[in-house]
Design a binder for this molecule. Sequence first.
Ligand SMILES: Nc1ncnc2c1ncn2[C@@H]1O[C@H](COP(=O)(O)OP(=O)(O)OP(=O)(O)O)[C@@H](O)[C@H]1O
Ligand SMILES: [Mg+2]
Length: 449
Amino acid sequence: MTEKRRPLLIVEDDPALQTQMKWALDAYDVAVASNGEEAISHVRRIEPAVVTLDLGLPPIPDDPGAGFEALQAILAEAPDTKVIVLTGQNDRANALKAVAMGAYDFLAKPFHPDLLSLTIARAFRLHELQEENRRLQAGRMAPSLGGILTRDPEMLRLCRMVEKVAPTNATLLIRGESGTGKELLARGAHEASPRRQQRFVAINCAAIPENLLESELFGYEKGAFTGAVKQTPGKIETAHKGTLFLDEIGDLPLALQAKLLRFLQERRVERLGGREEIAVDVRVVCATHRDLKALIADGRFREDLYYRLAEIVIEVPPLRARAGDASLLAHAFVHRFTTELKRGTMTLAPDAIEAIERHRWPGNVRELENLVKRAVIMAEGSVLHAADLGLAEDAAGENLNLRAVRDEAERQALLKALGRTNNNLSRAAELLGVSRPTLYDLMHRFGLK
Ligand SMILES: Nc1ncnc2c1ncn2[C@@H]1O[C@H](COP(=O)(O)OP(=O)(O)OP(=O)(O)O)[C@@H](O)[C@H]1O
Ligand SMILES: [Mg+2]
């Protein structure tokens, strides 16, 4: 199959010239508009990289006013569009004015078709180069934040946001399903902050029994309770000048919530059995997979504490909602584990990639990481198949219910189109042969943002 023809918009009110130009430019997917309004609606719909614009548009063909207006509107809508202005023979002044307004080039009528083609081809080339340049720039600035791998626009936005707030002392609340990379983001925030030379102290509020959690957090003096044989600073104190990561904050017992709130207000701790308060300078980051708002409604989480912690809230999307990330991560994990385990080069077979893209990943990135690791350890050959990952069912498409099959095919096509166009919604809609609103509906239906 040949490459899809690129969209080109011709804005021209003279029907004869329209036909002539369409014929001369049949290498492109040509759309024609006869006035400024039509031009703008085409620009929105087909996003042409190049537009030819007749300056003498209606209502008054000899007055370039409407042409200038159209030029302005096109560039306001899509500033990167290369607009080639077509003017009358003695209209040099207006041509120059158009270029000053941002037009890419001009041609005086009548022009030779070859000259027009050449000018248009050059405009497309320039547009492409600029796009490529931008892509490379974006790639270079892509987050190495905490080693987070992603191509998903929402994840990239979150990484940017974490980078932006990292230098401040604002408290971060990171929410997301289990295994989505909450701790990775928390460490990223620490690494990107001026506290990076100091400690990152993590404590899991769900993993420690309540009575021990208090002394873990706040420390104790010798003899504070049976077994307190020597003075021990708590985690909060240990994190002085660094970052304190409170994991599973939603599981913090109510009594300790009150105590934590007091610490956050006063920024001082008193060890159990102690008599003096110790000033502590920490940046607090917390994470939970729970719905804190629901816990608040149930009376299981203090609302005042929530607002102290939620200065900046980061909602990490589940892996299944990140277009193209599952296969990106899978490739990276194969590479990492084959290197770590000295297993030689291994690759993922197409059926494995298909199964990876299809799987719902309830355990998110951690589940994927574990599957790949196990597969790398167990595999006999150097090619990993869906079966090696334990995803044969996902690949075999066991469910033959037609509606489910159709749904699944649509989801796959959607993910592929988004992946292939790097989440350019207009181009993805084009690939899928649907309108943008239909694309939005589909994305909504499959939980893609
Ligand atoms: N975007 C990513 N790129 C690379 N590795 C990732 C990414 N997200 C998560 N991981 C890896 O996946 C595993 C799980 O991540 P992490 O522990 O940060 O998740 P979590 O949200 O804290 O999970 P839980 O709620 O279960 O504690 C880790 O080994 C982490 O290194
Ligand atoms: Mg975690």
